[in-house]
Design a protein around this ligand. Structure first.
Ligand SMILES: Nc1ncnc2c1ncn2[C@@H]1O[C@H](COP(=O)(O)OP(=O)(O)O)[C@@H](O)[C@H]1O
Ligand SMILES: [Mg+2]
Length: 359
């Protein structure tokens, strides 16, 4: 693919905050943006040149949207296969492609794929029916996390099982959906690697942040992670191996559990820009949103060196009502333009730039 010139149209599937920040980055590079999502008044649609408001199963609308764009990308991975096919039928490239989407949409396929390319995950069992759970739980040491194979996010679709007594309620709480049972991992900390691969096969990753979750929702990301450099290098190597194996185009985030002995256990990956990369625009030469646009447009990737230590704080629910007058000089506020603050809803984030530092 030749590099797309500024002025061409980039299409984004999905209207949330990730789409909004992608649209802003695309605009900065001189592209026009069309957003496709069913919701009226969506955060991304409000900063785009055009909003195609239709359902993801509306093939005629998808086809019109894709024909209007030089490349289509997405801000969430759970788009139906039929949507991918409707876009493919127009000949407009979709980045990331079907492989990255299919693998990341299903936790069982995802783990099998990761293991298949030599990336360790938590031990797991596939659960098709309630009767599968007790033997799986016993095999995994009597404790585990039941997760729906599809559609989970922010800790939704998950139930901790601390013993056989939790099975019935856990199975009910995941909606009796096809699931995986994962071994409980007593990790020392969590990190993620944000990596980009361009349509020319070039790759670049950022220094991995340490991530702190609260109730399954990311609360904070901090760089540096505090880990030994060798562990960070290995995590980045695995993330590059993953995007290469997928033939992925765009940004991808690979989440890890880090054990006390420094060993890495991959948790999951998202084939898109990621909340744990929200500090990159302020702390690095090139941020994840700009990089994603560069990657899908066939541009040379930007430099990912980190220029500052930084921490990113998510503003969740009522915390989204920030008084801008209260911000410190080293804090950058990003708000997503959501009309209503609800419990557990990501409303914005603050990035705090700390010491200058290059790595
Ligand atoms: N097997 C596990 N052992 C220990 N903690 C886990 C396990 N799986 C998930 N968690 C915790 O829950 C968080 C969210 O789980 P994750 O699988 O990443 O789902 P989501 O798609 O909601 O991000 C993780 O970041 C981690 O803190
Ligand atoms: Mg996660």
């Amino acid at each position: 693919m030749t590099a797309l010139p500024p002025g061409t149209v980039i299409g984004i599937l999905g209207g949330g905050q990730l789409g909004r920040m992608l649209a802003a980055a695309a605009s900065q590079l001189g592209f026009d943006v069309h957003v496709f999502c069913p919701e009226a008044d969506a955060p991304a649609a409000r900063v785009a040149m055009k909003h195609w408001q239709a359902d993801y199963t509306d093939d005629a609308a998808l086809s019109g949207f894709a024909r209007a764009c030089s490349v289509v990308t997405l801000e969430f991975e759970n788009i139906p296969v039929s949507t991918v096919e409707a876009i493919a039928a127009t000949g407009t490239p979709l980045h990331p492609g079907a492989k990255s989407l299919a693998v990341s949409q299903d936790r069982a396929d995802e783990k099998a794929f990761l293991n298949g390319i030599g990336i360790s995950t938590a031990d797991y069992r596939v659960i098709a029916a309630e009767a599968d759970i007790a033997p799986a739980l016993a095999a995994l040491g009597g404790k585990g996390v039941l997760k729906t194979r599809r559609d989970g996010y922010d800790g939704k679709g998950q139930a901790w099982l601390k013993g056989e007594a939790d099975i019935a309620a856990g199975w009910e709480s995941v909606g009796r959906a096809p699931s995986v049972l994962e071994a409980a991992i007593a990790f020392d900390r969590e990190i993620s690697v944000i990596v980009a691969r361009s349509s020319t096969g070039e790759t670049a990753s950022w220094a991995p942040p340490r991530n702190v979750h609260d109730n399954g929702i990311l609360a904070q990301s901090v760089v540096p992670s505090g880990l030994d450099r060798a562990i960070e290098i290995e995590a980045r190597r695995q993330a590059v191996a993953l995007v290469d194996a997928l033939g992925h185009v765009g940004v991808l985030a690979l989440e890890f559990f880090v054990m006390a002995d420094g060993s890495l256990i991959a948790n999951e990956f998202a084939p898109r820009v990621h909340n744990s990369g929200h500090w990159t625009p302020e702390a690095c030469q090139t941020g994840q949103f700009e990089q994603h646009i560069r990657a899908i447009a066939g541009w040379k990737l930007g430099d990912t060196h980190r220029l500052f230590d930084a921490e990113m704080i998510n503003l969740i629910g009522e915390a989204g009502h920030v008084d801008p007058a209260g911000l410190a000089a080293n804090e950058t506020l990003t708000l997503y333009g959501k009309r209503e603050a609800r419990a557990g809803r990501k409303m914005g984030h603050i990035t705090r730039r700390l010491d200058p530092r290059k790595d």
